[in-house]
Design a protein around this ligand. Structure first.
Ligand SMILES: [Zn+2]
Length: 56
């Protein structure tokens, strides 16, 4: 499979979805990534440590 260029849904920057990653995700049954690696790691850390609600 050729490398694909995807657009990050968070920052709208293009990023490479490599042949290697496509194969890994296909084997695991995962969909194409929505976010580039940087935003994906930010999203992952937010999921583990949700930002505290702002105090009024
Ligand atoms: Zn991004």
């Amino acid at each position: 499979m050729p490398d694909k260029i995807l657009i990050c849904q968070n920052c709208h920057n293009p990023f490479v979805y490599s042949d290697y990653e496509q194969n890994l995700d296909a084997k695991s049954g995962r969909p194409e990534p929505l976010y580039d690696p940087i935003c994906a790691s930010i999203k992952a850390s937010e999921a583990k440590h949700p930002p505290k609600p702002k105090r009024a």
